[in-house]
Every structure is written in C-alpha cells, then in structure tokens.
Design a protein around this ligand. Sequence first.
Ligand code: SF4
Length: 512
Amino acid sequence: MSSRHALLEQLTRRSADEVGALRKSAPLKVALTYPSPYHVGMSSLGFQAIAREVHLHEGAMMERVFLPDDVDAWRKAGLPPVSEESRRPLKDFDVIAFSVAYELEVTGLFTLLELAGLPVRREERGPDHPLVIAGGPLTFSNPDPLEPFVDVLVQGEAEDTIHQVLHEVQGATDRDALLARLALRPGVRVPGRSPEATRYLVAKTADERLPARSSIVTPHTELRDMFLIEPERGCSRGCHYCVMRRTTNGGMRTVSPERVLELIPPTAKRVGLVGAAVTDHPRIVELLETIVRSGREVGVSSLRADRLTLPLVQALRAGGAKVLTVASDGPSQRLRDLVDRKHSEAQLVNAAQLAKAAGLARLKVYNVVGLPTETPEDIDELVRFTLELSRILPVALGVAPFAAKRNTPLDGAPFAGIDVVEDRLQRLRKGLKGRAELRPTSARWAWVEYMLAQCGPEGGLAAYEAHRNGGSFAAWRRAFEATGCVPFEARRTVDGRRTASVWPTVGPRLTA
Ligand code: SF4
C-alpha cells in the first residue's frame, strides 16, 4: 500500500466510526478548517456548532478539514489537506473558514495553507483563490496577528454572523466589492478596510439559537463518543484575567434543563455539559441528576469550587467521573483577591472533602504563576496549601504561566519573565517533594503565547517567520526581535492608543 493510500485510509476509518456526519451537495463549497488535529477539533463544541450552521445554510455545503496528525508524513507523500466528507482538496473549496482557539494555533493555519499549495500571505492571493475566513475563541481577545493571512475575520459568537457572511459571498460577483461590503458589517473585520471604531467589535448570537450542541459524535477524541451541549453561555463573574467575563456579550445566558434534555439524542450514551461556568447554572444539580438517571455518563467542562455541593459531586461520580477538576487561579489568597478570583482556601478544601466523600480518586487543581506583584512567598503559600489538599486525597496541580490577554482588566500586564517563571516552578517542585503531581506548562511557550496575545499584525508576521525557520523557540525569539514586535502596553505608551487595561495604573486591588 502506498504511503498516500495509507494516510487516506486513516481518514476513511475514522469517518466510518462517526455518528451523525453532515453531508450535502450545494453550489457554495465551504471547508470548515481546524488548525489542530482531528481529535482536538472534534472536541470543540464551537467548531461543531459552526459546522451545523454552515451545513444548514441554504445553497452552501460544509466539509471539515483538519491539520494532519503527522504533518511530515503528509508533506513527504505530497498529499494536500483533504476534507473528511469527500476527500476534496482544501484549495478546491470556495471558502476556507478557519476556527482558531488560541494563539499558537496560527502555525497550524500556515501549515494547512502551505500543504494546500496556497499562498499563506493574504496579499499574495487573488480573487481566484478561495476566500480565507477565520473566527473562533481567539477573536474574543486578540485576532490581530491573523490579519496578514486572512481575508475576513468573523469576531465573537458566529452562529448568526456566518450566515450573513455566506449570504454576501453567494451574492458576490466581484471579490473587491464583497470585501468592501463585509468590512462594514458589525462583528466582521476585513483587514485594511474595516473602520477602526468597529475593529474589535465581537458579535453576540441571538438567544433563540442556543444551546450549541454537537452534530457528530466520534470515538476518536479525548471526549470519546461524547455528545456535547451548552446549558449556559458566558459567565457572570469578573476574574480580571479572563476574556469570557461578565462584560463579554452580557454575561451568562442559561438554557432550561428541559430544553437541554430534549436535545440529547436517544443514542447518546455520554453527555458533556460545556460552557464557561456550567456549575453557575441555577438548576445544574437537577440537570445532572436527570441525565444520570437516564443511564448516561456525564461530564462538566467547568466546575467552580464555591458552587460544589455533595449532591452535585455525587451526581458527577454517578455519571462516571473519577477526577474532580477545579481552578484556583492564584497561588495565594492575596493574588486571588487581586485578580478577583473569588475562591477561598476553605472552598478548595471543601472541594477536596466532597470529592473524597463521593468516592472520586483525585483532585485536579489548575493554577497560575507569574501574576503581577507575585513574590516567592505567594508560591510558598501554594506549596503549603497544596500539601494540605494532598492529605485529603491525591492532587494533580496544573500550573500555567500567566499571559495577559486583550479585552481583560489585566491587558497590558507584563510577562513575569521566563527565568522568573522557571524559578517559581522550581520552588514549587522543591516544596511539593513529589507529594502532589506537578503538571507545568512551559515558560518559554507561555512567553510566545503572551507575545502573540499582546502584539498586533506584526506578531503574526513574526509567527510566520518563526514557522518558516523551523518553529524552535530560538526561531520565535529571533523572529519577534527581527519584526520589532512590541507588546500592546508598551505600544500604547509609544503611540498613545488606549486600551481597557487598568494595569498598572490601579493597585493593589484592580477594579473591573
Ligand atoms: S475565569 Fe471562569 S469564573 Fe472567572 S470570569 Fe472567566 S469563566 Fe467566569
């Protein structure tokens, strides 16, 4: 069997395992494209929701394209990215619509366009090339680095906007006129054309379209065979580092349990409740218990320690959970207060005790280091507290270096420094002495993420340069230096442009 045939055979096998695949033939061909591999993209409820919307759009057909699992093998075989549904090459679609979740996925976008034989830079493509669109969670914070590569950005919640964009595309005979029209739509940005006043506007989907839910269920994701549905969207809280906080699109919007239950297909054996703050749903226990009583497994994407009760944790255990995952997001009480993360030690201890009482095997706690004003004493508090938790039940501590995001009160806060973050992680490691499992994120890649989160379009050009030079950390650092990328806060002091940032002008407690 040739290597090309073997690679395509993998796609055939996973397609055969899918339940609920969307197939249609229509004049406008849209490749809904994920710049990470299949098992990541198919775990994304946002990607699945937009797949459904594009599929339902009259006159358009949607097929999915993912970054190959083994990019080198595809490159060596000379295979272009092809769709899951019909094996159509990416470059043969009319529209390529990327869904980008976070900063570092921009390199997946480069790889897919290269493998497809398409120019990566927008200015090198013409009206005969597919229209390249990007949307997804990244557009809530800083999509600027995507500007040099895409024709159109669909910003914020896209369930309505994508129909408006496709409608314009269907009626267009001239690419230039199409872009001029799209540039004026709220929630849509056409690089170089949209007015500055609407450049960062994000769209809000009409409540009637909620909840988002999976169309396709597959065993080939980490959420194996799980039907995903969104009982709430957004969040009513105000953590200073978070893009999905209460000021985004009006805060939390809930869907009734009755509506959620009626949308779960009879064939679904596992249900994932997805949202920014699922346990803040006022009827979450009732919803969980009803799903469990129907004989299904259930998982929840976001547990808040201050919302946990024994019935809720028992329902999760009965629904198949073995690990309770909560976020602490501040190594000390002082820093949790600083970033308005309203969690106390007592609430986190309570979470551990509830997990133990309900028979769960482990507590997983997400935390952050490198927050503004952090000192070694804050890390010592995290060590002391994590050891206390580990005396209740085994603890896994996930630690991410803080990288400030645009459209948050901490926008513009500096990165602590790779050396500082590595010191903090080393201090944690020494303090924990293996009595809790430490799962840190790389300080170097967090710095790259920070630069992309804070830089403008030149950050994207640096990313492309780094990608072309092999993508090592050294290549990224050289590229940022060569392209003169300046994080947004520093740029603001240079050109006087304003942001919503309150850092570092208000302190020590930041105001929302
Ligand atoms: S971090 Fe979580 S709880 Fe805080 S604002 Fe964001 S979604 Fe809400």
